[in-house]
Design a protein around this ligand. Sequence first.
Ligand SMILES: Cc1ncc(COP(=O)(O)O)c(C=O)c1O
Length: 414
Amino acid sequence: MSLINKLQVLHNKNAISMHVPGHKNNTIGKLSDVVKANHDLTEIPGLDDLHEPVEVLNELNSMLAEKSPGYTAQAMVNGTTNGIICSIYAVSEMVGHYYIIGDAHKSVYHGVSLVNADYTVIDLNEIYDINPENSCVIFTSPDYTGSLIKGISEYVDYVRRNKGISIIDAAHGAHLSVTENFKESLLSSGADVVIESYHKMLPALTMASVLFTKEDNLHQRIMHYINQFETSSPSYLVLASIEYAQQFYNSYDDRLFFEKRAELIQHLKKSGIDAAEQDDPAKLILNAPDGAFNLERSLRKSGIYSEMVTDEGVLWCLPLWHEGDSYPFTELLERIENLTAADEEEGTFINTDILEGRICVENIVPYPPGVPLVLKGNMITRDVIKRIKHCQVNHVKIEGIQYNIHYYMNEAEK
Ligand SMILES: Cc1ncc(COP(=O)(O)O)c(C=O)c1O
């Protein structure tokens, strides 16, 4: 089936979104009022230049920067991925080492490997054991499941006092501080660079992202790489959607969000589904007696699409409900009430036994969440093979396996 038909089929099925992007099939906000094919223009006179903005795009960036005075903002059309890689390139002119905290997204590893940097992966509780001088520390907060690093400003401060640079991958946190009932935005941490995917939780088009930088000098260096890596034909629709998402953020009233969220949790409970709350109120992790993978399948069978499923549970990204939204909330509750067990699905099984005990030649990455399971250069242990098999059985996509298998099959033939 063609892509266009596939998308239409999902639409006709009245699929209910509990995943990104934040506009939830255009039911949160009215993005379609802004995103119109006849507004898909290019850099004609009057529409400025994203990589040297002085007119309307400069105005957009200034409006975005008001989110947190003291930061310079740059709208981006190629996701936080691009912001992370460009920031790592820019910082590589200033530091000799990178510290990566916790489970970072693959773009962080791509960035450090592209600049051929020395890097160390550390736990957060090791941060005071390192000397950040001449180094860059990369934090991820919130993580995919909505967990935040508590007291991150103190870590950022420690890095700065010791002459290091801090980058926060806040891809999942563009909506934070939207009201006082949401946790604080990572922009309050004072980090040198904070990058937020507007598309994930706010009503913006996929790929819409914003880079925030503290110092002008660093901002200029990052822009140098954005100019090289980002498309020279940025989508005005994505840019318009960033402006729309910021306006949505600026005028958001959370009353309905918290009401509906409470009703939903209650409803799930009545149907025997446990909903674990996260630091980010817009994330829930669901579990049921038959296990998370069965739960995800049965939700999908009834047309409710989740963000991700792992052994921890089914991850939902909640809509930012508000007065006048068109999210099918009643329909959602009805479908939850009438859930039925889904049939087992055949997993696509790739035999990975050949990889046991080999050195990983390409990062092996379950996607989502895009956090590497084994990094290039490390050994693929029996335990890793078991985890890969478990993912395969449960239909979790894994990138990098074929590449490793081909590499070792070719080696064997030599
Ligand atoms: C933690 C984290 N960082 C960065 C990214 C990349 O963001 P984007 O999709 O905007 O490129 C993701 C994507 O899922 C992510 O989970």
